[in-house]
Structures are given as structure tokens and as C-alpha cells.
Design a protein. Structure first.
Length: 571
């Protein structure tokens, strides 16, 4: 009998395989659960560590994360002067550094050479909790530093302040501190407005014109370098509004890289005896008060004027040794004739005109850093005479600019402003001279440029009127006869004045290689004004016209015709 044994059912084998797979999957799931749970424990542990031991955010981190971007500052045409940007900052936690600190310091010095390896090593071993390594870092540098693999190094993305024009208008703009607040210049003046969250970073327009500012700084900087001057200052004002179109002080600074206190703003923080630029002011006072009623009135300049132990004389080479009328007094810049006019004017009227021009007060402008003028303690006869030609009284170049603006604009003094003026709300000025006095002064200032010491300040077609001034530099309670302050005060176009410009050089030296043979203002700064006006006049809307000019024909016959002219006072 044959017994046939059947093989195991196929169904049973399949069931066993499935059971094995299920068991394997359960093991794997258990392993994954364990790993996931371990990962969760790590995360929870890290959070607990940070909650207990992590250091609080710095004030700057909080400020940059919560405060909206600081508003931009622009010029009057919208060109950026100060901007808020996103930037990288590289920092380090010295107390968390791992590895060889000396080696890390060496690598940092190679990548960020602003400081030496010794400096970086001192930072790393200081044990402090935080230190900046680099602000405004480029992305490429961030990547290179990150490759060092040092966990103590931190990279922050934050709001930063950028001055795209570098040193241009630095004294006007100022800078911000590490907390993001303004510390100097218009950054400080406008701090609340620029950082107001309600304004959401809205820009603020200044009165400056970037194009004009650049030309002024360039020409003054070139002159300062070529003539080896100690410093320079320049300002351009709109005579109808008091708006500052350009203001520069040299030496300048870079607000992107502040290292210590910035140099003084020579336009508003320094006072100078501005010499013969005061002579038109004295003449204006004499005309306005009725002390002088005729331009043909003459004053004795044949010999130096002796007043007690003091002797007033004209500059060597400029003496006329004759009687001078009013146009000649200014054309030839006679100290003697001006002193005689002031003597007749008297102390009360001389002080009055200076007070009208606010020479006894700090300059009125938004900048809070400004200098108080040096006002004479007593006003004796010699003081009255010398202040008439700019000696014995010291003011800022901004004082002089606002005074000249009033002298040519019809007699209205406007406070200087660095804010763009809304045409719908013109500023309110105050009358300081009669309109007819202003008309006369425009004629006289034009004659000085056409016939007198201001000839090198002429820019063809722009009809400049102005006055040079050269004064010995004050030093140690006296005067340094080897140095001077050279100034040229100008207005253009003088037949319909729109702008006043003051240019000043402190202690220039002659330079025959560029045609400057003397250190007086006629040779040093008058050409600067001519070049700046020539470069910027058209930008400011002043169209050069060789066929236009102020009518000074009634004064031309009064100017000395030659050596045979009468040297005696006809009166």
C-alpha cells in the first residue's frame, strides 16, 4: 500500500513570513520611538539650559529687533545723505571660546586687519561675555569667518547707519552712537523725528544741495592743500530764505568710522576776526543812519591815523596817500578812511548795527554746537574804529553770511536754517537796513569786484559782488603776524541777489607755482569763490549773462582817474 504524504500547506508558510515582518517592523518602530524621544529630550534640555543660563540680549540687539529703521536724511532734491541699511555684524563671546586663543587671534587679524593679532588676543582672553569684531561686514567676510568653525563667534543681522557720501557734509550730518541715537549734527537735532515709530522711517530733507556741497568742499579742500592752510570754512546761503545750500568745515571726518571726537565745525563753532569784510557793514551803518548822505564825501587817507598810542595804517602796497570817497574807501580797502567813517558814526551806532546783525549772540541755526562771538568789553574810540574794519571783534563765518545776505536782499535778516523751507510757509525775517541802503550796498560790492580787491573773485556772467578780508590770526592773547585769516564774502547775481557765499582759509601760505604770490584774501580765497560759482551757478538756477549787470554808472565817475586827481578834500 502506498501512502502519499501531502506537503505543508502554502498558506501556513505565508502566515509565518508575515508574522516575522510584523515583528521586525515593531522592533524598528520601537527604535525610532526611542530615537525620537531622545531627540525631544535633547531639545527640551537645550531649552532648559537657555532658560536658566543663557545671557540676556544686549540693548543693541533689542533695539535693532524692536525699533523700526531710522529715517533717512536727504538733500533738498532727495539725494541720500544718511541711510538705514541691513548689515552684518561679527561678534564674539570671549568667555565661550574653544581651542587655541592665540591661533584664533592670528586668523582674525588676517581676515579683519583693522586690529592686530595682539589686540584680538587681548579681547579673547579678557573673559568678557561679548565683544564686537566687525561692523558693516561684507557677506564674503562673514563666510570666511564662519569657516573658522569657532562656536563662540556670532553673526548678527541688524539695522545700521550708512553715510553714502563719506566725509561730504559730515559736520552738518553728524553721526549716531552704538544705541542708534544721534550724537552730533543734524542726526542729534532730528533724533526724535528720525526714530519716531509713527513716522515709519520717513526721510527728512535738509536745505543742502549735494551738488553744490561737493563743489564747495572740493574747491576749498584743494585750496587748503595747495596753500598749506590749517583749516577752511565755507557756507552758501539763500538770501531770501536763510536756507543753507552748502556748509563745509575742513579738516572733515568720516561719520562711517568715528574714532574720537570730530574736529570743530569752523562755520559755527569757531570765531574769527574777519578783517575788511566788516568795512561794508560799517559803511552800510553810516548810510543807513544818515551819517553819510553823499557817495562823494571824502575822508583823509594821506597819512596813517594816530589815535593815542595806536596808529592805524593801510596795508603796505595798497596805500593811496590821498583823500578817498565812499566807493574808493571800499575799492582800495582803506583802514584809515573806514576808521574815520566809524569815528564819525560813533560807538552807539556802531554797536547798534552789530546788534542788528546779531553779532552779540550765538549764530541762530539748528546745530546746537555754536560759538558765542567775542564782543568788546568796552567801546572806546579806538575800539569803534578798529571794529569797523574787523579787528577787535570776532564772529563765526555764519554770522558774516547772514549779515551779507541782509545787506543785499533788501535789508531783511533771516535766521540760517538747515531744514528745507516749505515755499507755502516762507520764513519771517526782521528788517535791519533800509531798502535803499541795501540797493546802494549792492552797487558798492559790485564795484569792489570790478575795480578793487575782489577782482580775482569774478565769475564771468554771474555778476558777483563782494569784499575781501585779511586779518592777522589771533594767538596767545595777541596776534601772530606770520599767519592770517583770509576771507571773501560774496553775493550773486548782484543785480538780483539770490545767494551769498563765504569762503575762508586759516593761515594760508603763498604758492607761486599756482600763481598765488601773496597770502591775502584777494589771492587765496577770492579765486575759490569764483570757481565754485562758475561750477554751481547754473545748477542753482542762475543763468550766466554777459549782457546783464547792476547799474553803477552814477558811482563810476567818483573813482580816482589817475595820479593827477585832486588829493585834497574839496569840502
Amino acid at each position: 500500500m502506498i501512502v502519499v504524504v501531502a506537503p505543508p500547506a502554502r498558506k501556513g508558510r505565508t502566515g509565518d513570513a508575515r508574522q516575522a515582518l510584523v515583528a521586525t517592523a515593531q522592533v524598528r518602530l520601537m527604535i525610532l520611538s526611542i530615537l525620537f524621544g531622545f531627540g525631544m529630550l535633547v531639545v527640551i534640555g537645550k531649552l532648559a539650559f537657555l532658560a536658566v543660563w543663557a545671557e540676556p540680549a544686549t540693548a543693541r540687539e533689542i533695539a535693532t529687533s524692536l525699533v523700526p529703521p531710522r529715517g533717512d536724511i536727504t538733500d533738498r532734491r532727495g539725494a541720500p545723505l544718511a541711510r538705514s541699511i541691513d548689515s552684518w555684524t561679527i561678534a564674539i563671546h570671549p568667555n565661550q571660546v574653544i581651542g587655541d586663543k592665540a591661533e584664533l587671534a592670528k586668523k582674525l587679524a588676517e581676515l579683519i586687519p583693522e586690529q592686530s593679532a595682539e589686540k584680538y588676543f587681548a579681547i579673547l582672553k579678557s573673559g568678557s561675555s561679548f565683544a564686537f569684531l566687525k561692523r558693516r561686514a561684507m557677506p564674503e567676510l562673514v563666510a570666511q569667518v564662519n569657516e573658522l568653525g569657532q562656536p563662540a563667534i556670532e553673526f548678527q543681522r541688524e539695522n545700521d547707519r550708512l553715510y553714502p557720501q563719506s566725509t561730504l557734509a559730515a559736520h552738518v550730518l553728524g553721526y549716531i552712537d552704538s544705541t542708534g541715537h544721534g550724537r552730533y549734527g543734524m542726526e542729534r537735532v532730528l533724533d526724535a523725528q528720525l526714530s519716531d515709530p509713527a513716522r515709519r522711517g520717513q526721510p527728512v530733507a535738509l536745505s543742502l544741495d549735494l551738488r553744490v556741497q561737493a563743489a564747495l568742499e572740493n574747491e576749498l579742500g584743494t585750496a587748503m592743500t595747495q596753500l598749506q592752510a590749517r583749516g577752511a570754512a565755507g557756507v552758501i546761503l539763500d538770501v531770501q530764505t536763510g536756507e543753507v545750500i552748502a556748509m563745509t568745515s575742513l579738516p572733515a571726518f568720516n561719520p562711517n568710522a568715528i574714532d574720537g571726537p570730530p574736529p570743530r565745525n569752523n562755520v559755527t563753532q569757531s570765531v574769527y576776526e574777519l578783517g575788511s569784510t566788516f568795512k561794508p557793514i560799517a559803511v552800510a551803518a553810516a548810510i543807513d543812519s544818515g551819517t553819510i548822505t553823499s557817495m562823494s564825501r571824502r575822508f583823509d587817507a594821506t597819512v596813517p591815523l594816530q589815535v593815542g598810542r595806536f596808529k592805524i595804517h593801510d596795508d603796505p602796497g595798497d596805500e593811496q596817500f590821498r583823500w578817498l570817497n565812499i566807493p574808493e574807501t571800499l575799492i582800495y580797502s582803506s583802514n584809515i578812511a573806514t576808521a574815520r567813517i566809524a569815528d564819525e558814526l560813533g560807538a552807539e551806532k556802531m554797536q547798534e548795527i552789530f546788534r542788528r546783525f546779531e553779532f552779540d549772540q550765538r549764530p541762530k541755526i539748528e546745530l546746537d554746537a555754536s560759538a558765542k562771538p567775542l564782543w568788546p568789553v568796552s567801546w572806546g574810540r579806538i575800539t569803534v574804529m578798529t571794529t569797523a574794519y574787523g579787528h577787535g571783534i570776532a564772529v563765526t563765518p555764519l554770522h558774516l553770511a547772514t549779515a551779507y545776505a541782509a545787506m543785499v536782499n533788501g535789508g531783511i535778516l533771516y535766521p540760517a536754517t538747515l531744514r528745507k523751507v516749505d515755499a507755502a510757509h516762507p520764513p519771517q525775517g526782521k528788517r535791519v537796513l533800509k531798502e535803499e541802503t541795501s540797493d546802494r550796498m549792492r552797487q558798492l560790492l559790485r564795484l569792489i569786484v570790478l575795480k578793487g580787491t575782489g577782482r580775482k573773485g569774478e565769475a564771468p556772467g554771474f555778476r558777483i559782488g563782494g569784499k575781501t578780508g585779511t586779518a592777522e590770526a589771533a594767538a596767545g592773547g595777541g596776534y601772530d603776524k606770520s599767519r592770517n585769516v583770509s576771507t571773501f564774502a560774496a553775493a550773486f547775481p548782484i543785480d538780483a541777489p539770490r545767494y551769498v557765499m563765504i569762503a575762508m582759509l586759516d593761515s594760508p601760505k603763498s604758492n607761486p607755482s599756482i600763481g598765488v604770490y601773496r597770502t591775502t584774501a584777494a589771492w587765496t580765497v577770492a579765486p575759490v569763490v569764483a570757481r565754485v560759482v562758475g561750477r554751481t551757478g547754473s545748477l542753482l538756477g542762475v543763468v550766466p549773462d554777459a549782457n546783464r549787470d547792476i547799474d553803477e554808472r552814477e558811482l563810476l565817475p567818483l573813482i580816482w582817474a589817475g595820479p593827477d586827481a585832486d588829493k585834497k578834500d574839496p569840502e
